[in-house]
Design a protein around this ligand. Structure first.
Ligand code: TXA
Ligand code: MG
Length: 319
């Protein structure tokens, strides 16, 4: 089965909406690069993004919204965020803000962090799809990890040729911007630039004052996915478990579940790694309420998205 490239004019856009509602992926044009889009509230759909891109870590995704008012439903806006949104949205600026309690966006999308990257894209096709869907869209660049970003539908097609997703590529021609959005972290005071992009630091500083510099010397690497200890639960985590004690919680994998745990959750009874990724953070949260001495995790195979899952588990288990 090959990926279809469709014109937004030839295609009733509700086809694209139905694919998203069914938990599958489409590629959409944005003013920066093509995005690999999923319903941001659906863990399974978000997990498909990580699997398809072969993203090397659970590097968090950007959430695309129809407008700033909707963004305020999911993240804590402060005055700086309001000013930047007013100046640059819709447009190629991504703001990293704290998740609101009860935020409906998949924890996997934000890699289990308490923060969330949000933006309101300017591209009219992207905007139409987001507003028709009536849900936020998680969309990293629509390319396999590590390769060039896609700015034309053909780039996306080439990147994912022979795969079962995305189900279609909405053809918006060449992207206007061609490089990814500027990412600004507003959790810090002063704000810091996480990724330079189409909106310059000068433009940002003209609105909210000087940006802070990131100090990389103490291992504060730009991408949250690169920190050694990260995504760590409060409870001690034990990996590649072959046995489990009766005061431990077990995150099992596959059919041969270890006996004897105080509580067992199965990451995927069918050994499906996409399902493991979708379940991982939610299940860790569930057993990390201080009720168990430790959390034991059965071995997860190091293939495909399993490499990313093990990378996350390793960081989570780091002392
Ligand atoms: O222009 C763009 O931003 C494109 C289009 C499709 O919107 N998207 C894009 O996504 O470039 P991606 O996944 O390739 O890059 C997302 C960047 C990464 O550098 C990631 O680390 C950062 O945003 N990011 C996302 N959530 C974050 C968070 N909670 N904290 C810090 N950085 C975050
Ligand atoms: Mg990218």
């Amino acid at each position: 089965m090959s990926i279809k490239i469709v014109s937004p004019f030839a295609l009733p856009l509700h086809n694209a909406i139905n694919i998203l509602l069914a938990g599958d992926l489409i590629a959409i044009p944005t003013e920066t690069v093509y995005g690999l889009a999923a319903d941001a509230t659906n863990d399974q759909a978000v997990a498909k993004i990580f699997a398809l891109k072969n993203r090397p870590t659970f590097n968090p995704l950007i959430i695309h919204l129809a407008d700033a008012v909707l963004a305020e439903e999911y993240v804590m806006f402060d005055e700086r965020a309001r000013l930047l949104a007013k100046a640059f949205w819709p447009g190629p600026l991504t703001l990293v803000l704290a998740r609101k309690p009860g935020c409906a966006i998949s924890l996997l999308a934000s890699a289990g962090l308490n923060s969330l990257a949000v933006r309101v894209p300017a591209d009219p096709i992207a905007r139409k799809i987001i507003s028709d869907l009536k849900r936020p869209i998680a969309a990293p660049s629509a390319n396999p990890s590590g390769s060039l970003s896609p700015t034309r539908p053909e780039h996306v097609f080439k990147g994912f040729f022979g795969q079962s997703n995305p189900k279609l590529i909405v053809d918006g021609g060449a992207c206007q911007g061609g490089i990814e959005s500027t990412v600004v972290n507003l959790i810090t005071e002063p704000a810091t630039l996480l990724r330079p992009g189409l909106v310059s630091s000068e433009q940002i500083e003209s609105i909210i004052g000087p940006l802070g510099t990131l100090i990389e010397s103490d291992n504060k690497i730009l991408s949250p996915g690169q920190l050694l200890k990260h995504y760590a639960p409060q409870t001690k985590l034990r990996l590649n478990a072959n046995t489990v004690a009766n005061d431990e919680a077990l995150l099992a994998f596959g059919k041969a579940v270890l006996p004897g745990a105080a509580k067992t959750l199965n990451l995927s009874a069918t050994s499906n790694l996409v399902e493991v990724a979708a379940n991982l953070f939610a299940m860790l949260h569930e057993v990390d309420q201080g009720q168990f001495r430790a959390i034991a995790v059965m071995k997860i195979p190091m293939r495909g998205i399993g490499i990313a899952i093990n990378d996350r588990l390793k960081r989570a288990a780091q002392d």
